[in-house]
Design a protein around this ligand. Structure first.
Ligand code: GLN
Length: 542
């Protein structure tokens, strides 16, 4: 029998509903249960693939090639297991399915209505995820904030499920308790209003997770209890933390897992978060630094720096650094500043390693190419992810192989020096304007070349990694690149596509066509990130 825990957010967006959901899931998993999760995004986009990273943050990609929300990444990292398309719902996906069904006459001539048919489709998908993942628990994270117009039908689905199986459904509300500077007191009123909103959707929260800058004290818990119809012990304090991986431990301090099991009349298991605790101890202990610079372009919005666009990259750097008992210090370097001033490149020396992550379009690419050249020539460890590999190939072709016009077909349609070219099947898709979910997506095999850094990192002959791109290294230039020392260390066997390249005679100059960051987990850091951080640590000692 599966239990369903809906997690909704109140008061403000960005309170950390995603990590709260992942943390609850982690706690239940640590008690020996099979746990799954579903993320519901209220946008009409069918998936996150067509969204600008500055708008949406990182697009996470699962093994089956679903372009989804970064919260799915959090679920994977916390639970250390893979998710897939069944774990991701959007308004677009729901309407698309209902309309298709109507066209197929599957509603037998009935009038198809927003209510009930839309919530029914949502419910059927949540149940499908439970079945697919053979889950004891399914966490259902409802995107947006209660009171939003956009997520009403998803809350309605929750209400209907509770009515259908009252003993198997529970609601958690993640709210925010502000402490206005002038008052210096933690205020519960916005939480009370958020609960009212939820009540007006016919839902009573069973548990309230009270996010705040500080620990929520007993008087405040009691007040929330009095006004919001929950026991004070069902108000879980969730103060700000330095590392998200601390959150399950914080929740457990307030015995969240126990409360959930009691409510479902289930037995507590003796297992606990032992390994996780060890990880958090390492994260919090003082350590020597490793300084990593990320040269990108998706992080400046007005006066704010948004790190969401590269979330998995940051996490992967952290995981590998922690595994070496290092404290990662990540600095954002805007690619455009390296376009003209040669002087500014000098600052790259201060870093132990440089990453150029994924990206689209030509803006910033010349700056990234200059930064890559500097890393190559100055022997600074360099790790290129997807676009970061492609630009390394362009840089090497121009400055070592003498192809001064070398570029990617993505930036110059009519070039005759496309060392990075469009994949033939992609060409037609673009001509027909079929942009949605049409890149080379998800897991593909990669055969490793023995004796290379890549092969020694993985300790395997063949691996599988996740992709999201339309362009590839042009095989016509492979011999030339290899003759000059830029070796292919990973190849896709089915289509003979370059997957990994590395430079001989450099401490670490390696690029991947896939996105290794998507598979890094805190308890299982990614092999290539481990090698990159090891090389960065070495540089630091020089
Ligand atoms: N824009 C490049 C491509 O489509 C790289 C994509 C990426 O970095 N994810 O191939």
């Amino acid at each position: 029998m599966t239990r369903f825990i809906f997690v909704a957010g109140g008061v403000i967006s960005g309170v950390g509903k995603g990590v709260a959901t992942a943390s609850i899931a982690k706690i239940l998993q640590s008690k020996g249960f099979r746990v799954s999760a579903v993320k519901i995004d209220p946008y009409v986009n069918v998936d996150a693939g067509t969204l600008n990273p500055l708008e949406h943050g990182e697009v996470f990609v699962t093994n089956d090639g679903t372009e989804c929300d970064q919260d799915i990444g959090n679920y994977e990292r916390f639970l250390d297991r893979d998710f897939s398309s069944v774990n991701y719902i959007t308004t677009g996906r729901i309407y698309q399915a209902v309309i298709q069904r109507e066209r197929n006459l599957e509603y037998n001539g009935k009038t198809v209505e927003v209510v009930l048919h839309i919530p029914l489709e949502v419910i059927s998908r949540i149940k499908k995820a439970a079945e697919h993942d053979k889950a004891d628990f399914v966490l259902v994270e409802v995107g947006g904030t209660v009171g939003d117009y956009q997520n009403v039908l998803f809350l309605e689905a929750g209400r209907m499920m509770k009515r259908e199986m009252p003993d198997q459904v529970m609601f958690v509300l993640v709210t925010y308790l502000p402490v206005p500077g002038k008052l210096g007191e933690m205020k519960t009123k916005p939480t009370q209003h958020a609960v009212r909103w939820l009540n007006s959707a016919g839902i009573q929260p069973d548990i309230i997770i009270a996010r705040s800058e500080f620990v929520v004290d007993e008087p405040r818990k009691q007040k929330i209890s009095d006004f919001c119809n929950v026991d004070a012990s069902d108000v879980i304090s969730a103060p700000d933390v330095d590392a998200i991986y601390e959150i399950p431990l914080n929740f457990e301090q307030d015995e969240l897992g126990k409360r959930i099991l009691e409510k479902f009349k289930m037995k507590e298991d003796s297992r606990d978060l032992k390994e996780w605790r060890k990880l958090v101890e390492i994260i919090k202990s003082p350590k020597e630094k490793v300084r990593i610079g990320i040269v990108g372009k998706y992080f400046e919005i007005g006066d704010f720096t948004l790190m969401d666009s590269y979330l998995s990259v940051i996490e992967a750097v952290k995981h590998a650094s922690w595994a070496y008992q290092r404290d990662p210090e990540i600095t954002w370097l805007s690619a455009e500043k390296y376009e003209s001033e040669d002087k500014s490149l000098e600052e790259l020396r201060e870093f132990d390693g440089i990453i150029v992550p994924g990206g689209f379009g030509s803006r910033g690419t010349e700056g990234k190419i200059n930064a890559i050249r500097f890393c190559r020539e100055q022997k600074i460890p360099y790790f290129g992810l997807c676009l970061g590999l492609q630009l390394a190939v362009i840089e090497f072709s121009r400055n070592v192989c003498g192809l001064k016009d070398a570029t990617s077909r993505e930036f110059a349609k009519h070039t005759n020096a496309a060392v990075i070219d469009i994949m033939p099947d992609q060409k037609t898709l673009l001509e027909e304007k079929k942009y949605g979910a049409s890149m080379r997506l998800g897991a593909y095999a990669c055969k490793l070349t023995p004796g290379t850094i890549a092969a020694s990192a993985y300790g395997a002959n063949e691996i599988s990694e996740r992709h999201r791109h339309r362009y590839e290294v042009n095989n016509e230039y492979r011999t030339l690149l290899e003759e000059k020392g830029f070796m292919v260390s990973g190849l896709n066997p089915e289509r003979n596509l370059v997957e990994i390249m590395e430079l001989s005679g450099h401490p670490f100059f390696l690029g991947t066509q896939f996105h290794p960051e998507l598979k890094s987990r805190p308890l299982h850091p990614h092999a290539l990130f481990m090698k990159f951080i090891a090389a960065s640590m070495k540089k630091r000692q020089l």
